[in-house]
Ligand binder design. Structure first.
Ligand SMILES: Cc1ncc(COP(=O)(O)O)c(C=O)c1O
Length: 429
């Protein structure tokens, strides 16, 4: 799309300002539509959350946690999958404010470690409703979880089943694996193929262990309903056969997490995925409880990361800007998950307080619209600490603030602090 002459001409303090050809060329590459959509949403969020005031008060780097987004994501899940029980995947964002929001919503939790159970207990969560999904646990972990009230555990191997022999009242979910070569973040290293379920069922029955049903995870950030539909169909067929052959009745089907969010590219609307999932679940007996374990979908939108430019340079391959945090801490989801978060300058969000003359404000806005590809690097002073290459950004200067949305999933915990103390988390009011 090209701009018209009229659009290229602005009146500043009564004087027409002609935008030069150089300006125009820099403005011509339109923002990719997805980036522009995210920019608008982020601009609104940054203004609502008073992000620049928060940075002034708390410094940078800063994770700004917007707990309302947790609730809106849970509402979307509830609206689109009305008959499922939501077990928030605590690992994705184990923050007390998030735990309280999930609990207040009436959802419960999927846990994988002792530390997560400690956190839930401190926040007064009814632990008995949680599912323990880690298929490999020490006897001490199992006993600790059991004594604190957990009764539903996931197993995927014979040796694990034996660890439950002496615990009355436990029910297990057998984890199945459905490898998806197309998945970005495959999780099929856990679970057994459906063909191996018979042996595990027989082992549970011999051990006197109640089998509630089955669970699987189709892969994190799955962008089509197909993998769920296939997995649900195959699991329901298996459950029907096993019920018939062993004279048992299951009561639970847990379809895991994996619901996607948009980082640097669009993902299908959740309503679209949910339509496919609902149609596959329609074949489940009505007595089955259906569980979901969303992590990323709930937690990613809840955190915006704010960093600051500490230096800039021109190199043979273009402009570089160095930030006060990088892939070892705030952006640890790059190496750990191959996530590609978008980065915006506060100036292009108009998030800086605008107590400036009209002319300066318009000029700043025009400057902010001119994007140049820039490489963003962290403070680690090595070739690994590169956050993004060719990120379209306005010309950056030392001290400028940068914002990345969708930074709530699997970031706060892996942040190692090796380059400093790691970003603080502030809960926006
Ligand atoms: C067992 C289990 N359930 C749920 C989740 C959450 O997955 P996601 O964040 O993709 O929704 C995970 C994460 O890997 C998991 O391992």
């Amino acid at each position: 799309m090209t701009t018209t002459i009229a659009e290229r001409t602005r009146r500043i303090a009564g004087r027409a300002v002609r935008i030069t050809k150089t300006d125009r060329d820099a403005m011509l590459p339109e923002q990719p539509p997805h980036r522009e959509e995210v920019r608008r949403q982020l601009a609104a969020d940054a203004a609502r959350l008073h992000v620049t005031d928060l940075v002034r008060e708390h410094g940078s780097p800063l994770f700004v946690l917007d707990v309302d987004r947790v609730t809106t994501q849970l509402l979307a899940l509830r609206r689109e999958l009305p008959d499922v029980e939501i077990h928030f995947a605590t690992t994705s964002l184990p923050h007390p404010a998030v735990i309280r929001a999930v609990d207040a919503f009436g959802a419960t939790f999927e846990v994988e470690s002792r530390g997560e159970i400690d956190l839930l207990e401190r926040e007064g969560v009814a632990i008995g409703r949680c599912v323990h999904s880690n298929p490999v646990k020490s006897v001490a972990d199992i006993t600790g979880a059991y004594l604190r009230g957990i009764r539903t555990f996931v197993v995927d191997r014979h040796s694990e089943i034996d660890k439950f022999r002496w615990l009355p009242g436990v029910a297990v979910l057998l984890r199945l694996s459905f490898p998806d070569p197309a998945a970005d973040r495959d999780t099929s290293e856990f679970g057994v193929p459906p063909e191996e379920a018979d042996a595990l069922i027989a082992h549970c029955l011999r051990a006197g262990l109640r089998i509630a049903g089955f669970t699987f995870h189709v892969g994190s950030q799955t962008v089509s309903a197909e993998p769920w539909m296939r997995a649900i169909h195959r699991t329901l067929v298996l459950m029907r056969r096993l019920e018939h052959e062993h004279g048992i009745r299951f009561d639970t089907l847990d379809i895991g997490g994996g619901f996607p969010i948009a980082y640097d590219e669009r993902v299908p609307a959740f309503a679209e995925l949910a339509r496919g999932i609902r149609s596959a679940l329609a074949a489940a007996p009505s007595r089955y409880r259906i569980l979901v374990e969303p992590g990323r979908f709930v937690s990613a939108p809840a955190i915006t990361l704010v960093t600051r430019v500490v230096g800039t340079t021109e190199r043979p391959d273009g402009d570089w800007a160095y930030l006060d945090d990088g892939v070892s801490d705030a952006y640890s989801n790059l190496p750990s998950e191959q996530a590609h978060p978008l980065v915006f300058a506060a100036a292009e969000l108009d998030a800086q307080p605008v107590r400036e003359p009209e002319r300066a404000r318009v000029e700043r806005r025009l400057r902010a619209r001119r994007h140049r590809p820039v490489t963003l690097a962290g403070p680690a002073c090595d070739h690994v600490d590169v956050i993004a290459r060719a990120m379209p950004l306005p010309t950056l200067h030392e001290g400028d603030l940068l914002l990345s949305p969708m930074m709530g999933a699997y970031t706060v915990v892996p942040a190692s602090g090796v380059t400093g103390v790691g970003p603080a988390v502030v809960v926006a009011a």
